[in-house]
Design a protein around this ligand. Structure first.
Ligand SMILES: [Zn+2]
Ligand SMILES: [Zn+2]
Length: 102
């Protein structure tokens, strides 16, 4: 019996762009298995993200409804992130980034 399969890390993928944790600098986890990577946080925060105007949608990260936040940015799989969670994710990313790059 051969068992040559490598033990794989659980593959975490960004819920918005589907990149896995090896393809991005940072993957931030939300509740219920939703993730957003640093690359998706960035454009969304600048207002270039796809905004969902549908009523009744909720942020997949904090559960707030569209009316409670400035905007909801939508992903391709029915996931959404609100302006507040984007700001929070940016803070996390900023804190983790070294002040000076070599
Ligand atoms: Zn992403
Ligand atoms: Zn949120």
């Amino acid at each position: 019996m051969t068992n040559t399969q490598r033990t794989r890390r659980t593959p975490y993928n960004c819920s918005f762009c589907s990149k896995n944790q090896d393809q991005v600098q940072r993957l931030i986890a939300g509740p219920g298995g939703v993730y957003i990577c640093d690359e998706c946080v960035d454009p969304a925060s600048k207002g270039n993200g796809e905004r969902s105007e549908e009523e009744g949608l909720r942020c997949s990260f904090c559960g707030k409804s569209r009316r409670q936040v400035q905007y909801l940015a939508g992903g391709p799989n029915g996931v959404h992130i609100c302006s507040e969670c984007i700001a929070l994710c940016q803070e996390i990313i900023d804190e983790e980034q070294p002040p000076h790059r070599p």
